[in-house]
Design a protein around this ligand. Structure first.
Ligand code: DGP
Length: 112
């Protein structure tokens, strides 16, 4: 499948990994919007949050666990934001489910 994040998950395209296990990978965003900006992805291809079902939601819950692990490991005591752009109106640019984890500065709301 010609999917950028599948290729990153497979190690075919290099990335700066910050966490990896059997089902989930986290790596630094190529265009960071905060001092800490990583993408948390399922290794298995899922297009977006719009295709989460009872059958595949386990890995999505695990992505939240990974965020909590990363917050502890990286001392993100000031907090962090998780956001997953889904579809055209949200300006999703890579059609493989990913959660942005942002921290290290005051994050405005609404995001715009
Ligand atoms: P989104 O717009 O929500 O679909 O976010 C896609 C993010 O992916 C965007 O912040 C930039 C990041 N990105 C795109 N290509 C690459 C890449 O080749 N490597 C890394 N590390 N990040 C990428």
């Amino acid at each position: 499948m010609d999917c950028l994040f599948c290729k990153i998950a497979a190690g075919e395209i290099p990335s700066e990994k910050v966490y990896e296990d059997d089902t989930v990978l986290a790596f630094r965003d190529i265009d960071p919007q905060a001092p800490f900006h990583v993408l948390i992805i399922p290794k298995e291809h899922m297009e977006s949050a719009a295709v989460v079902t009872p059958q595949n939601s386990g890995v999505v819950a695990h992505m939240a666990e990974v965020a909590a692990i990363l917050a502890k490991e990286n001392g993100l005591t000031g907090g962090f934001r998780l956001v997953s752009n889904c579809g055209a109106d949200a300006m999703q640019s890579v059609p493989h489910l990913h959660v942005h984890m942002l921290a290290g500065r005051l994050l405005g709301w609404p995001p715009g």
